[in-house]
Write a protein that binds this ligand. Structure first.
Ligand SMILES: Cc1cc2nc3c(=O)[nH]c(=O)nc-3n(C[C@H](O)[C@H](O)[C@H](O)COP(=O)(O)OP(=O)(O)OC[C@H]3O[C@@H](n4cnc5c(N)ncnc54)[C@H](O)[C@@H]3O)c2cc1C
Length: 481
């Protein structure tokens, strides 16, 4: 990792100024602290921030932004840094702003089913608090320590996506500090201070801060819809020998909209840990496994869902596909139904054999393109000695869903890091050419997206960015514009 030569006098002045805002212990330019924020698990190469600051109040964040904007110092918001796309790596140095101490659950409205959280509230923390009220949210298959709001504002994915859509579709209101330091609100809380229930029917200004990877402002409070927990759980599991048969089953079942989560994983993703380097699947093992999680309020409701599922299975069997109904061990199902989970959220499961590297092409892809894209991904990844450890999940109906490969690799060895980057970017190009769009995209992906984009779209992005962030200090470089 290279570090630009720095001017100790300038540094000292800036540290002093930042300390005057957040307190002496909460701002530093110490190298060992900066180092800890210079890398993540992905193939993105490390870069050092110049300062690390921990904020605790909205007012502190406003003052930091006013100061940084005046001095034109980049600011990178950070909550847990688990995004695996280099999204918190400071492309141009500057202030790494760690928000994990802002971890209050401000409100749980158990009657109207929404919650209001600060950015440092983790999935584990909110799950525990909501459970007291028999409520839930779409918990990702990621680390329980990651932030609820960072996942939601970056179009993250949780375990209720088949029923309610992306976690960003659950956002009901927002409070945001702009790059220039002003405090704004969007959604109902903009009109009545403690009304956090809906972004509609106002103009959807929350879009100015969703999917922008922290490059348009710092979210300081987030309202999200939460949902009751129907107590009767039933998970339907099947296997298929090829991707086309699995797609056919999932598409058929998704038509009936009876699942909370409808996901399939390739044999390689079902292994703990994921094989690195690539290892051949045993010939007699199916290539795909699917679990369809359903939650019902009564046994009768469950039986009705079961009847629909059985009808779908019978139809698929009649088509002559390779689909087989399977029984999963209780323990294995827990990993899919008891989220957030240390078991599946633990990166050691993914990285054990791989020297700590993990990256993905994570995309929203038209479901009828899953099969051709997976076939190409498999070829590319195996050529690079990487596992085609792929997941497919349906979102709210059938027209698109998640297609993602979770790829471990050895980050300690530069050639292996580059090998992973090359393979993953190649996979991404195939997906983009088939109409897929990557979520939480690393900068490399941003370039590929923008190459294909309508010029008017890029112009609009630039204008919005310029309007909100005239000095280009908010997580600069991330959208590759
Ligand atoms: C093994 C594994 C599995 C995973 N599975 C999933 C999954 O199933 N679904 C899923 O969605 N993700 C998954 N992830 C990715 C990741 O865990 C989630 O995206 C997580 O919610 C990110 O939260 P974080 O606190 O780590 O965010 P960070 O990495 O700290 O930040 C993410 C982005 O948000 C920006 N940001 C942070 N705070 C703010 C703020 N307050 N205002 C504005 N911008 C901000 C940052 O600058 C950065 O661009 C997985 C990760 C791993 C390692």
């Amino acid at each position: 990792m290279t570090e630009m030569p720095k001017n100790p006098e300038v540094d000292e002045r800036i540290v002093k100024e930042l300390q005057s805002i957040v307190g002496e212990k909460n701002a530093t330019a110490a190298k060992h602290v900066r180092y800890a924020y210079s890398y993540d698990m992905s193939f993105v190469l490390p870069k050092m921030p110049d300062y690390v600051v921990m904020a605790e109040t909205v007012e502190q964040i406003q003052n930091i932004m006013k100061f940084a904007n005046k001095e034109k110092i980049p600011v990178v918001p950070f909550t847990a840094g688990t995004n695996i796309g280099g999204l918190c790596i400071p492309e141009r140095g500057g202030i790494l702003l760690d928000l994990k101490r802002m971890n209050k659950i401000i409100k749980i409205d158990a009657e109207s089913h929404y919650a209001v959280v600060e950015p440092g509230v983790s999935h584990g923390q909110l799950a525990e608090a909501l459970f007291e009220h028999k409520l839930r949210f779409g918990w990702p298959v990621g680390p329980p320590s990651a932030s609820v709001s960072s996942c939601a504002i970056n179009h993250g994915i949780g375990g209720l996506n088949a029923r309610y859509g992306l976690n960003s579709q659950e956002i009901t209101s927002m409070e945001v500090v702009l790059p220039t330091g002003e405090l704004v609100r969007v959604g109902s809380c903009a009109i009545v201070e403690d009304a956090w229930h809906s972004t509609l029917p106002l103009p959807k200004l929350d879009g100015l801060f969703k999917g922008w990877l922290g490059s348009t402002g710092i979210v300081t409070k987030l309202g999200i819809a939460v949902h009751p927990i129907p107590p009767v759980l039933k998970v339907f599991t099947v296997s298929c020998n090829n991707v086309q048969d699995m797609y056919s089953y999932m598409n058929n079942l998704a038509n009936y909209e009876i699942c909370d989560d409808l996901t399939a994983v390739s044999w390689w993703l079902a292994q703990v840990p994921i094989p690195y380097p690539y290892r051949e699947k045993p010939e007699d093992a199916p290539e795909w496994f699917s679990f369809a999680n359903t939650n019902s309020f009564t046994e009768k409701e469950k039986e009705a869902r079961e009847e629909i599922w059985q009808m779908v299975v019978d139809e698929e069997v009649k088509k002559g596909t390779s689909l087989k109904v399977t029984e999963y061990p209780e323990e294995a199902l827990k990993a899919r139904t008891q989220l957030p989970s240390q078991i599946v959220g633990s990166t050691k499961n993914y990285c054990k054999m791989a020297g700590a590297g993990i990256s993905w092409p994570g995309t929203f892809t038209p479901a009828n393109k899953w099969s051709p894209v997976y076939t190409e991904w498999k070829r590319i990844l195996i050529e690079h000695k990487l596992s085609p450890s792929v997941r497919m999940s349906m979102y709210r109906g059938v027209h698109y869903g998640m297609l993602r490969a979770m790829i471990p690799f050895n980050k300690q060895i530069p050639e292996e890091n580059e090998n992973a980057r090359h393979a993953i970017v190649e996979c991404l190009k195939v997906d983009l050419d088939n109409g897929g769009i990557p979520y939480k995209p690393p900068v490399d992906f941003g370039h590929e997206i923008n190459k294909r984009a309508h010029p008017g779209y890029i112009e609009l992005l630039k204008r919005v960015k310029m309007m909100l962030d005239p000095n280009d200090i908010m997580n600069p470089g991330k959208l590759a514009i």
